[in-house]
Design a protein around this ligand. Sequence first.
Ligand code: DGJ
Length: 732
Amino acid sequence: MPITFNENQMSFKLAANNSCYMMKVAPGGYLAHVYFGKNVPDDDLTYLLRLDENPFTPEVNNRDLACYMDTLPFEYPCFGLGDYREHAFSIMDKNGASTCDLRYTSHRIYDGKPKLEGLPATFANSDSEAQTVEILMTDKPANLEVTLIYTAFADLDVITRSVTVKNIGSDKVYLTRVYSACVELDSEKYDMITLNGSWARERAPERCRLHHGKQLIDSMRGESSHQNNPFTAICANNADEDSGEVYGFNFVYSGNFVSEAEVTQHKKTRYLMGINSCDFKWLLEPNEVFTAPEVVMVYSDSGLGKMSRTFHDLYRNNLIRGEYKDKRRPILINNWEATYFNFTDEKLLQIAQEASKLGIEMLVMDDGWFGHRDSDNSSLGDWFVYEKKIAGGLKALVDKVNSLGMKFGIWFEPEMISPDSELYKQHPDWAIQVKGRDLTLCREQYVLDFSRKDLRDHIYAKMRAILDSANIEYIKWDMNRQLTEVASNALPVERQRELWHRYVLGVYDLMERLTTDYPHILLENCSGGGARFDPGMLYYSPQIWCSDDTDAIERLKIQYGTSMCYPCSAMGAHVSDCPNHTVGRSTPFTTRGHVAMVGTFGYELDVTKISQQDRDAIPAQIAEFNKYNALVRTGDHYRIGNIFEDNLWDAWMFVSKDKSEALFEFVQVLCRPNERSRRIKLKGLDPDAYYYEEQTPDVTLSGQALMQCGVNIGGLWGDHQSKILHFIKAEN
Ligand code: DGJ
């Protein structure tokens, strides 16, 4: 049983594969954190709490209650009781007071994993895959019931957490902070790894040593953001890719968040994650329930690589849904970098005709097909076909593309409204805005108030009319600006500060409706590149556009950082034209293919205009993608190079789960004169098995030799060259 309760000690043990998480109901009814780490045979480690160490024991010395509150490792610390470390929960009660005091009331343990109302979350495929404990905490004076929900996965070192809050009294109460997780670690000797960046350079890992005080990343942009991803690893100072203790945290949410670590006076670390409480105030009427989104916690005793592989397995099996969950995705060609806004149906058909001959399977019509949109300054919200561009109508275009043997996909940006649009003329009040203030334009557009159901119904009806008018098999859902002047014309004054969260819930509602009504459509999320690459979005779309930077060398960095917690099967990656539109760099067509092959794979170029040599290379490139896609999608991913530490080269591997084959990819970022070949140690193979490389079937080497001694990689001349090796297990 993954979850057990020791009645004598009033302690919980959540065993998740080879890790465990322990808690205890401490004196006074406070829920204390006991241990999180590698599993041990014991079911109770209460001694770790130091309850017998003066001045911890309130019963013995009541003068020390404040000290007790400020040092007990709390599972879910509240504001106002003398715990001066960062808190997870705070309220404003009917008297305007902010103090709250949660005490253990009861618990229940059950098989499986519950859904979170209106929110994305990981799931168990069967009741035997996971077990859940719900711990009910009560604040009697405020009449609040807070349920801490923990799920332990049986075969993965994963524990998930979320929280619900119910008002069981007859007075209103405001929630001013409801974080989803707090974890107490008994040392300060940790580093904090976060994924930071900007447009076109998302998710670059940054590693900083924890120090006294608070260190955090966050978003207040209304989306998870280009700038900070809702992921954090807290790892031992000496942890590296393959060794050392690592705790990974990822927020299954797509809006404002906080990820914070605090090193306290006694050199302990408290880590917290949740919805950003800045500008958050949620009115809870009697009987109402608030649900905080899920945090995924991964433990690894073998470095960052193992942490990443655990996240990848969890997300591939227990988060991503739909028809494409376990399927190879169609190889698409997207016209954005090929034409930008300057296209017609004829131009799209020329691209499709050429692409179909080369083995490309789907044409995606990007931004610019609707309203009267010729640039980014109009028509968002007007989801009807721009007849000047698509003269023959959408159905005729799609039918022609289908007759070439290709699927058809389309771009939408449902959450937005252009001031120059029919929709804005009819409903200027639908834009998020503060009455009496100017609206800030960003990319010439405003954000729709997605907290409104009437508005969502309208947008969805327009989308449906398009989707039902032709055989559309893919949607790219884009979101190209952040939120400003956040207030709603539809919410009462006392609920205005709920808009940030209600907006995200509205987006989730529409995505749920869309994926339920059109299960055969492949949904790809996107946000000005990769500003919403988060597990919340993965619940609705099995793939997310990684970045607007399609340069193969920049992508090495972006895909490296993204792989910290997101599987390669989810990374939208395309071969684009050179010089690259973002950085002006030229890279070999082969390298562009090898790098895009690590993700979903597709093309984003005008295939009628590229060189004959590149065009001729496409069929073989597609064959190579097809050969390795199952391995990339389902295998274990190993990072070998780290381009942030050594910008001369990068390498990685995919190893099949049964370790019978492995794909090794190498990129020589810069060529240097007079160098010997580079010796690289492989990873993830079966040490006892023998392998041969496909090109040299007569040479077999043990997995042990390949991993301990390595292989020599050389023979590459020029910058940005790449090479792949395919290792196959030899028959005994
Ligand atoms: C941002 C996306 O990341 C691009 O791929 C493209 O779809 C543009 N938006 C279109 O406006």
